[in-house]
Design a protein around this ligand. Structure first.
Ligand SMILES: Cc1cc2nc3c(=O)[nH]c(=O)nc-3n(C[C@H](O)[C@H](O)[C@H](O)COP(=O)(O)OP(=O)(O)OC[C@H]3O[C@@H](n4cnc5c(N)ncnc54)[C@H](O)[C@@H]3O)c2cc1C
Length: 283
């Protein structure tokens, strides 16, 4: 009866690090809120096993190009489609005010970016009665990939906060999956609409595996709700802060790295996803 936490720990342990340069093949608006970027490069041959919701870091050049004193900005994204034979992946980027938006405005086929990964983000577990997938727009690509991959005999409920009507089309429809749309692309902080929707509609029911990714404050509260009110086992919960209100990713990652190094020095298990969760969510 493997749990998502044990399985992700196992996957982390056997992970091969990928670190390469890729070339942009296309940059295409796929909905009102999302742009799809396709990249390819021989280094992606080492990405031999694509799993749903795999995440990577993109090293993006600053506007005007890289140069002395102009370090790349590092931003995390989710693989939406992978084509091993063509050494090619696609990822979907939410358009909102920030560094990535400015990069997207200038990005063009032929440009190169750095790519490092892959961080494993999902496993279906075994012996699970039901899946609960909760996220905001930043997690829509991951939840779309997970929904596609779910075993057909296991029911699932999805709670997604998205802004624009056409963004909803990016979630594949599947039998046995109940979808709850929540207004607002990027809820943050306490008592979010995402939390209220889960609280109003969910009750404890069999062995439920929960996958949760959104703004840090939203994730912290939803964690409490699913572990407390819904009685989900800690080992059946995978939660991640995909961003933090008021803090850009560069500063967020710097603070996280310092804390992560302290935790590891104090004996925390680097493969256990609970170590990353504790750092990201200040647990
Ligand atoms: C493992 C992982 C996988 C991810 N996958 C994806 C993905 O596939 N697609 C995707 O679009 N994002 C994804 N994200 C989230 C993305 O990395 C962050 O949103 C990142 O901050 C975006 O960088 P930026 O340059 O746009 O904004 P930043 O320059 O980092 O931040 C600028 C401002 O925008 C705010 N902000 C950051 N993110 C959001 C948001 N989502 N909505 C509203 N305000 C925000 C910040 O608080 C800050 O005030 C993922 C994150 C992680 C950790």
């Amino acid at each position: 009866m493997a749990s998502v936490r044990e399985e992700i720990r196992r996957l982390n342990k056997q992970n091969r690090v990928l670190d390469c340069t890729v070339r942009i093949e296309s940059v295409t608006a796929v909905s009102e809120g999302f742009t799809r970027v396709a990249v390819a490069g021989d280094g992606l041959a080492a990405y031999s096993e694509a799993l749903p919701a795999d995440a990577f870091k993109a090293m993006l050049p600053p506007p005007g190009g890289a140069g002395e004193g102009r370090a790349p900005a590092v931003r995390a994204f989710t693989v939406r489609h992978a084509d091993r034979a063509r050494c090619r992946i696609e990822f979907d980027v939410l358009r909102h005010e920030g560094f990535v938006q400015r990069w997207l405005d200038e990005a063009a086929p032929g440009d190169t970016i750095g790519l490092a990964g892959m961080r494993r983000e999902f496993h279906p577990g075994t012996g699970v009665d039901r899946h609960l997938l909760i996220g905001d727009s930043s997690a829509l690509p991951a939840i779309a990939a997970i929904t596609e991959s779910l075993p057909p005999h296991v029911p699932a409920a999805v709670y997604l906060a998205v802004g624009n009507g056409s963004d909803r089309d990016l979630l594949p429809r599947r039998g046995g999956v109940a979808v709850h749309w929540v207004e607002g692309a990027s809820p943050s902080g306490s008592r979010s609409p995402l939390q209220r929707a889960v609280q109003d509609n969910e009750t404890a029911c069999g062995r439920t595996q929960v996958w949760l990714a959104a703004e840090a404050g939203v994730v912290r509260e939803l964690r409490r709700l699913v572990l407390g009110g819904l009685g989900v086992a800690r080992t059946d919960l995978h939660s991640a802060a995909y961003w933090k209100a008021g803090l850009d990713s560069t500063r967020l990652d710097d603070a996280g790295l310092r804390r992560y190094e302290r935790e590891i020095a104090a004996g925390a298990d680097p493969y256990d996803p609970a170590t990353r969760e504790a750092v990201e969510l200040g647990l």
